[in-house]
Structure formats: C-alpha cells, structure tokens
Design a protein around this ligand. Structure first.
Ligand SMILES: *[C@@H]1O[C@H](CO)[C@@H](O)[C@H](O)[C@H]1NC(C)=O
Ligand SMILES: *[C@@H]1O[C@H](CO)[C@@H](O)[C@H](O)[C@H]1NC(C)=O
Length: 227
C-alpha cells in the first residue's frame, strides 16, 4: 500500500514536470496578432518591439511625466483613460506591466470592456466607484461580481473578463490601475460590436442580440467613444 502511494507520487511529480516543460513553447502574444513577413522592411513587431542597444538606453526610455493631469471627461461616457504602456514608455518592452489613470466625471462610466492580455488591479484615489466584472459563460455561467469602492480601496479585474467602473458620486473620481502586460489591449464591447468598421451584418447582430433590425441600425448609428 505504501509502495503504491510512492509510485503514485512519482507519477504526479513526473506529470507536473512534463506540464512545466510544456510552458517552454511559444511566448504569449504581446499584440493582437503578428503576421509573418519575409522582408524585414515590412516588419514592425517581434512579439513586442525591436530592442534598442542597451548601451544606448537612457533614463528617458523609462520615464513619462504628466500623470497628475486629469484626462478630459467631456465625452458621451464621462470618463477618460490616460494610458502609460509600451507606447508611452519604450523601456516597458517585454517587462509585462503597464499603468493607466482613469478620470470620471460625476456619473461617468468606463463602459464594459476587456483587456485581452492583462489582469488589472485598480485603486481609487478620489470618489466612489461601482465596479464589476462578469465571469465567462462556461466556467460559472456569466456571474456578475460587483463592489462599491471608496478612496483607498483596491479591486482586481481578472484577465479577459468584461468589466466596468461607474462613478456613483456627485463629484469627480480618479483611479490608478496596474495591468499585467506592456500592451494590455482594450476591447470596448459596444464599440467592437456596434461600432466596427465596416459594420457587422444585421443578419448577425439581430440574431445574436435577439432584436429587430431597427434596434441594431440605431445602435450602429451611435458615435462610440474610444476612451
Ligand atoms: C482624454 O483626455 C485627453 C487629454 O485631455 C484628450 O486629448 C482626449 O481627447 C480625451 N479622450 C476622450 C475619449 O475624451
Ligand atoms: C474638453 O473637451 C471638450 C470637448 O471636446 C472641449 O470643448 C473642452 O474645451 C475640453 N476641455 C479642456 C480643459 O481641454
């Protein structure tokens, strides 16, 4: 009996090792896609960006100022995301983190969206936010998980899940969030579905959303703010 237990353990250890070796395959993508090209003059990304010679790197490559300045929230949703990712700080290339500042007008909304490549950890600097995310269809059946956050509170939005923040207060709100990618990507649900270019066919959207064509046409005619 004891011997069988030991053999079982060895099998488990072997399987665990085998699965950790499996991670030594392709790295996770750091952009939406990376189409292979033969001619380097057409090349832009190499799962991340090309690297500068490290001897030529300076402090400016790791620096950005201005995150104390609020974004302009005079738009349809009443929020503004100021991004600090590899596009703003080239030194973040391949390091797997980035930052945003989010400003909210009174009753402003950072509308439902997902980050295809990052988990987000957010803290409220000013104001009160009603935040939430929805779990995937298959795992736990689209459960909505929400919380009201006050100044100093911290909340996590797991990678890939649809989430939002809504300013429930009469005054401005400000949050800072860290994201686990140099280029988290943003897919704002309404914009992607109803504001795509060219538009997704009515046949697809009427069936997907179980509504009449005029509802789809109405939604497609809106101006979707890419905040
Ligand atoms: C966010 O704020 C910046 C800086 O004020 C502004 O340039 C930008 O247009 C704003 N974005 C939106 C979506 O309102
Ligand atoms: C904010 O954006 C609005 C609309 O684009 C514009 O009218 C206003 O001047 C901007 N405010 C600031 C402080 O830049």
């Amino acid at each position: 009996m004891k011997k069988m237990g030991a053999q079982f353990l060895i099998v488990i250890v072997f399987l665990a090792l085998a699965s950790s070796f499996a991670f030594a395959s392709d790295p996770s993508p750091l952009q939406d896609f990376c189409v292979a090209v033969d001619d380097p003059k057409d090349a832009l990304f190499v799962n991340g960006k090309f690297c500068k010679n490290p001897m030529l790197a300076t402090a400016e490559d790791f620096f950005r100022k201005g995150l104390d300045i609020a974004g302009n929230t005079s738009n349809k949703v009443g929020s503004n995301v100021t991004q600090v990712n590899v596009a703003q700080i080239p030194g973040l290339n391949t390091l797997g983190v980035s930052l945003v500042r989010i400003d909210y007008a009174p009753y402003g909304l950072n509308p439902p969206h997902t980050h295809p490549r990052a988990t987000e950890i957010l803290t409220v600097l000013e104001g009160t936010l009603y935040v939430g995310f929805v779990t995937s269809n298959s795992d736990t059946g689209n459960r909505l998980i929400t919380k009201v956050l006050n100044k100093g509170d911290v909340f996590v939005f797991p990678i890939g899940l649809i989430h939002f923040q809504f300013n429930t207060g009469h005054s401005n709100a400000v949050a800072i969030a860290g994201l686990s990618s140099q280029n988290p990507g943003v897919i704002t649900i309404a914009n992607s579905v109803f504001g795509s270019n060219p538009p997704i066919s009515d046949d697809v959207l009427t069936k997907a959303f179980q509504v009449e064509k005029d509802v789809v046409d109405y939604l497609q005619a809106q101006f979707w703010v890419n905040n």
